[in-house]
Design a protein around this ligand. Structure first.
Ligand code: SF4
Length: 180
């Protein structure tokens, strides 16, 4: 029997999916990855809940109650949790709303804003409640590794991922480290 495959979960919380697109930018190395790893819960699979995993990659900050729930589930299920991209690391662009009152934001978006035709703030209980502020994920769960960038490049993600898969402590070279 061959070695069991590394299990990797990924999720996007208050993110734009750009970090996932960058992950796919590893291009043909995806073929190397599927030889040694398999995806658990991820926007790239149809798995709804995370089972025991080796690595979780989290894009996006935490902006609503569902984000908190998903993030805690990933933390419980995974041995190593990686915070990827500016949004997960410091809230990123979505955290610009932290300067404003949440009620004012909702009013602008759904009541008084340009183009609003049916003014009402959505209140269906199916919808997750927004948090007052957008938070980086390390304010909610323990994070093991951070990969900066908006988004980090495919090469950067690959460097960290292969280090983790091969049991090395990731060291990001200067040329792969950026914050924009
Ligand atoms: S860090 Fe940038 S690319 Fe990644 S989710 Fe946030 S906005 Fe998108």
């Amino acid at each position: 029997m061959g070695k069991p495959k590394i299990r990797i979960a990924t999720t996007s919380l208050a993110g734009c999916f750009g970090c996932h697109m960058s992950f796919l930018d590893i291009d043909e190395r995806l073929l190397d990855l599927v030889e040694i790893a398999e995806l658990d819960r991820s926007p790239l699979t149809d798995i709804k809940h995370c089972t025991d995993c080796d690595i979780a990659i989290v894009e996006g900050g935490v902006c609503n109650s569902e984000n908190v729930h998903v993030l805690r589930e990933l933390r419980r299920a995974c041995k190593k949790l990686v915070s990827i991209g500016a949004c997960a690391i410091n809230g990123g662009i979505p955290a610009l709303r932290n300067r404003y009152d949440l009620g004012d934001c909702l009013e602008e978006a759904f009541i008084t804003g340009i183009g609003v035709t049916d003014p009402q703030v959505p209140g269906d209980p199916e919808l997750p409640l927004l948090l007052d502020k957008v938070h980086p994920i390390h304010e909610v769960v323990k994070v093991d590794y951070f990969i900066p960038g908006c988004p980090p490049s495919g090469d950067t993600i690959w460097a960290v991922l292969t280090d983790l898969i091969e049991g090395r402590e990731p060291v990001l070279p200067y040329e792969l480290t950026h914050y924009d």
